[in-house]
Design a protein around this ligand. Sequence first.
Ligand code: SAH
Length: 393
Amino acid sequence: VKRVRISKRAEERVRRGHPWVYQGEIEDVRGTVSPGEIVNFEGHRGRTLGKGCLNVYSTIALRVLTLDPQEEIDRSFWARRITRAWQYRKEVVYGKESDSYRLIFGEADFLPGLIVDQFASVLVIQILTAGIEKHREVIQEILWDLVHPAGIYERSDVGVRELEGLSLRSGLLAGEVPDLVEIRENGLRLKVDVKFGQKTGYFLDQRENRAFLKRFSLGKRVLDCFSHLGGFGLHAGFFGAREVIGVDISESAVQLAMLNARLNKLENTCRFEVANAFDFLRTVEREKERFDMVILDPPAFAKSKKNLEGAIRGYKEINLRAMKILSSGGLLVTCSCSHHLSWDLFLKVVEEASLDAKRRIRFIAQRGQAPDHPILLGYGESEYLKCLFCEVV
Ligand code: SAH
């Protein structure tokens, strides 16, 4: 195993639990290392710190696998990490009401670069780094033996792979996977498209926030913006809403949302439309329509720090418009899945929007991602989802 030395600054951060060392922090590489190869890494004084995958061509050059220099990175290592992730899910995803969850959340499960979602009996795997790419077969075998899925599908069709020198790929890896997989979430039935849908097919991180709608939905008129497959809106309908309108810009998502409405016998209360949510909100405001609940769950407007300013304008606009169309005492469920937009900034956005809308806000709940997307202390990047339940007075 080859050795690399990392900078003092990187050493301190890694000791505090952060699993990344950047290109400029690699001070010395002994010998040539192929992308993703496992190396021993040492601190600036030459003390061995642990093992990781090195890819000098990537901005994130070293990904820590273990801080125990004695630990071998063999089959049993991968099996231990994957089994631990699986056992953790058995504890935090409770009840028979949901059969789908994120089984492996990369760095936060001490498996940098690996994402695995379980949708009922199907696993969807996403490999983001050259390090994981080298061990794909063994990881697949371990998952197969542990979970006994009906099939494993790969969705490594994400741009970040190019930063690692990997091409995009997707397709069936093992067993059988239907075009639409039916899952259960909080007692609802949902069809998800793991082969061509967004990301791995469905946004599991909002599961508990959707369930939280239960106490607020009865008799309400609801607008679900950025509805995707109908996750939030269908929950509101299931929990007794009088009328639900969902809007999403993706035609295939809206098609599936309508199918999901029928599947739950909610087609008389829930309908979904293809529309740009910004335009839709503007139209509702102009026509002086009112809703008792508005859900805003947009895609990440801030993909990096660079476009944070533009993102903030976007978040403010939708929040402002949502507040204007809410009836007095109505509920605003507003979310941001941008890691770069901190809680502080997000709360500021909501505050500014409320001042412009001339509405007072009371926070009912400040929530985050479901615990199958754990937040690893020392690795701030693992915290990304913010979900505010607000009473709009
Ligand atoms: N609320 C969903 C997840 C939303 S993900 C759930 O509970 O699962 C973000 C969604 O926003 C995607 O489905 C995407 O198609 C949609 N989207 C992106 N830009 C949009 C826009 N300008 N108007 C409406 N929908 C948009």
